[in-house]
Design a binder for this molecule. Structure first.
Ligand code: ADP
Ligand code: MG
Length: 355
């Protein structure tokens, strides 16, 4: 990898994951209306067909989903690229399970989702890099402290357009400020991390405070978006500081948005319920139809994640769906949305601060 920034456009990679029927659906006698062809990336809902970059059927394990869909993004971030993984879909479709941002999924090795798997890989890889540097004459400690950093840049939740810090138990909302090309959240915690265990602890604590919020504010978790961001920094004598960011985004349930669309006159109400999700759809539509104005500024989520949509990042969208025939129309809506996201082009570059 050279320090030269590539300016090639690459499309957002769109993946669909179909979960198995869950006990509630089984006990209510639900049938399945979704089939997949993993070889071709096709999804069929009754007789409608959709084509994606990759499709995972209900038998795919967490490990398989991780290694096939996102594990290579880690190398990209080590090399200075920004990367983003979104999980989209109706409530109960498997977003949190797939991302691994829920409190219940951290302990069972097989059920661990993308984020905890990536954390293990990240620190394993860091150890290898550090050893390599030790051979080159640096001491392990010095290297770890001075030349490689891993920072949890943010762990936040967006609820009703307000931003809350999940690494700080004070329950006040924070403001978003535009700082030239950069969008910052004022007062957000940041933590330098040296061990995988410390990062799991932050994830666990933040996910817990998210779920406590859910019982206090009814259904908060299905209406809120959670963003966990890691930055990997490397100081190189020759190249300067190389920085790669990884965003993990567990989106709010999409069904409210779709209901809003279905009942036109109530659009305004729906927009205030979850402006971020409807703006996300507007941004994707504007990007996929090459409009000149992209409405990033209309919501907190799209302001914070502007770079991940049409900008400087390698982005993967995982659309999660239920196979149950009772969810047929939500599943079709999710797949249509995901199909549109495939038309977005990003321009990832290596982030280097020459010194
Ligand atoms: P969401 O975050 O989209 O609302 P969840 O991730 O909480 O949905 O999943 C809803 C339920 O379905 C949970 O009980 C979860 O354990 C289960 N589930 C989701 N995906 C799978 C899967 N691929 N395999 C087994 N169970 C799953
Ligand atoms: Mg969830």
């Amino acid at each position: 990898m050279s320090g030269n920034a590539s300016t090639d456009s690459i499309p957002v990679r769109v993946i669909v994951r179909v979960r198995p029927l869950i006990s509630l659906e089984l006990s209510s006698g639900a049938g399945e209306c979704v089939t997949v062809d993993e070889k071709t990336g096709s999804v069929f809902v009754n007789d409608r067909a959709f084509l994606f970059d990759e499709v995972f059927g209900s038998k795919c394990t967490q490990d398989f989903v991780y290694s096939e869909s996102v594990s290579d993004l880690l190398s990209s971030s080590f090399n200075g690229y920004n990367t983003t993984i979104f999980a989209y879909g109706q409530t109960g479709s498997g977003k949190t399970y797939t991302m691994g941002t829920g409190v219940d999924y951290g302990n069972d090795e097989d059920r661990k989702g993308i984020l905890p798997r990536m954390i293990s890989d990240l620190f394993e890889r860091l150890d290898t890099e550090v050893e390599k540097c030790a051979k080159e004459g640096y001491s392990y400690e010095i290297h770890r402290a001075k030349s490689y950093w891993v920072i949890i840049r943010r762990f936040l939740e967006i609820y009703n357009e307000k931003v809350f810090d999940l690494m700080n138990s004070r329950n006040e909302s924070l403001s978003i400020v535009d700082n030239g090309d950069n969008v910052l959240v004022r007062g957000l915690s940041e933590r330098r991390i040296y061990r995988a265990a410390d990062m799991y602890a932050v994830l666990q604590e933040g996910s817990e405070s998210r779920s406590i919020g859910a019982t206090e504010m009814n259904q908060q978790s299905s209406r809120s978006h959670a963003i966990f961001t890691i930055t990997i920094c490397k100081i190189s004598e020759t190249e300067g500081t190389i920085r790669g960011k990884i965003n993990f985004v567990d989106l709010a349930g999409s069904e409210r948005l779709e209901k809003t669309k279905a009942t036109g006159s109530r659009a305004q109400e729906g927009i205030s319920i979850n402006k971020s999700l409807s703006t996300l759809s507007k941004v994707i539509e504007a990007l996929s139809t090459h409009q000149s104005h992209i409405p990033y500024r209309e919501s907190s989520l799209t302001r914070i994640l502007k770079d991940s949509l049409g900008g400087n990042a390698k982005t993967v969208m995982i659309a999660c769906v239920s196979p149950a025939d009772s969810n047929n129309s939500e599943t079709v809506n999710t797949l249509r949305w995901a199909d549109q996201a495939r038309k977005i082009q990003n321009k990832p570059v290596v982030n280097v601060d020459p010194k």
